[in-house]
Design a protein around this ligand. Sequence first.
Ligand code: ATP
Ligand code: MG
Ligand code: MG
Ligand code: MG
Length: 479
Amino acid sequence: MESAEIARRFLRFFEERGHEVVPSASLIAEDPTLLLVNAGMVPFKPYFLGQRKPAHPRATSVQKCIRTPDIDEVGKTTRHGTFFQMLGNFSFGDYFKEQAIPFAWELLTRSEAEGGFGFPEDRLWATVYHDDDEAFRIWRDKVGLPEERIQRRGMADNFWSMGVPGPCGPCSEIYYDRGPEYGREGGPIADEDRYLEVWNLVFMQFERGPGSGKEDFPILGELPAKNIDTGMGLERMASILQGVDNIYEIDTMWRVLDRAADLTKTKYGRDARNDVSLRVVADHVRSGTMMVGDGVVPSNEGRGYVLRRILRRSIRNLRLLGAGDERYLHELTDAVIEGMGETYPSLRADAAHIHTVIDAEEQSFLATLRTGTAIFDASVEEAKRRKDTVVSGAQAFTLHDTYGFPIDLTLEMANEQGLSVDEAEFRRLMDEQRQRAKADAAAKKTGNLDVSVLGEMLERTGTVAFTGYDAVEAEARVV
Ligand code: ATP
Ligand code: MG
Ligand code: MG
Ligand code: MG
C-alpha cells in the first residue's frame, strides 16, 4: 500500500465517523514555545487548553512533523526520521478513551478490502500508563485483546506531553509484532525493534508546567475537558504495509536513498556504515526539502539553525560515501519532490526556490568542509602522535571560531576516529569569548550600538525547545 493511500484511508475512516478533515499546518509552529511542529496536536493546542473553541468537536489530519531530538537515532534505528508525518484523530471534549481505543482497533484490524489496514489481531500489542485501569479494561473487555498482550509502563513511556508546558495526559500505545527475526519475545517492554510502535492514543486531560525531561515537571491541574489526541506514524505504517525493513526503504524515501547510492556509486546493503550514511542522507534531504518548502532558510539561530545542521549533516554523510567535491543535493532534492509532490503539490510549484536555497547552502558548506577538514585531520594526527585520545578544546574552538565548524560536527568526526573532544575546555573558551564580546559591547554602549536588539535575540533563542549543542551554538552566535 502506497504512503498516499495510507493517509487517504486514515482520513476517510475518521471522516466517516464525524471528524472534520483538517489540512496539515506549516512546519513553522505558530506556538511560540516551539520552533517546529513536532506532533499532530500542536495546531490544536488552544482547543485542548480551552483558550479557543473549535468549529467542530472532532478533527482528523496528516501533520508534517520535525523532531530534531531524534537526529542521532536516524539511520541507526529502523523507525526514526527527523521529518515524518503523523496521522491523527482528535476529540475536543467530545468522545474519550472508551471510543478512541475501539476506533483504533477497528481501523488497524479491518480488512484492506473494507478500507482498513488488515493487521492480524494476534500481531498487535498495547501499553497503558501504569495506573490506568480504565484503559486496561477497555482493551481487555471491550476490544478483547488478551491480557498478556497489554503491558503497563511508567511516566517516561506512557505519559505524553509536547516536551514544553501545555496539555498532557496518560497514553496508550499500539505496537505491531514484526516477528522473531526482529528480536526478542516479551512485548514492547522487552524489545522496541521487534515490537514497532505505530500509534499513540493520548488521553489529554491535564496541563503541565515547565520542567525538564519526560518525567520532571509539575501537573498544574485538569484541563477544562477530557480530550483525545492520537498520533500514528505514516512512515512506520508504510514500512509494515510495504513489507520493508525500515522507514528509509518505503516508497517516498527509497527513491532518495537509491539516488544517493547511484550518485556516490555505493550499493545499499553491502556495508553497515555506508547503509547508515545512505539512510541519514535520505532522511535529512527530505527534512531539509520540507522545511525550505515551508519557508525556513538556513541561518545561525532558531529553526534556521536546525535546517542548517540537517543539511550540513547530509552533505557530510555524502562525503563519507565518497562524494568528493561533487554537489549532489540538487538531484536528491528532486527525488524528494518526486516522491512527496503528489501529497504536497506546493513542493513542485516552489521547486526553483527550494533548489536555490539548498544549492547555496551546499556550496558554502563544501568550502567550509574543505578547509576545516584539513585542520581537523592535522589535530587528529597531532593527538595520535601524542598517543592521546582527546582532541583539545583549543583545537575544537579554533575549528569553530575560525573555520565555522559546528561543535557537533567536530564531535561526530572525532568519534569516527575513536577520539573524544575536551568539551569542557571548548565551552570555557566559548564562554571567555562571550565575556570579551560583552565587554566590547559595553564599551561601545556610549556610541550608537542599539543593545535592545541583543535582548530581543536572546529572548527569541531563549524560547528554543532544543538544548545541548543547538543552544550552545545559538547562544554563541548571539554575542
Ligand atoms: P518512539 O518511542 O519510537 O521514539 P514516540 O513514543 O517518541 O516514538 P510519539 O510521541 O508517541 O512517538 O508519536 C506518535 C507516533 O509518531 C509514534 O507512535 C510513531 O508512530 C510516530 N513517530 C514518532 N517519532 C517518530 C520519528 N522520529 N520518525 C517517524 N515516526 C515517528
Ligand atoms: Mg521518540
Ligand atoms: Mg514510544
Ligand atoms: Mg509514543
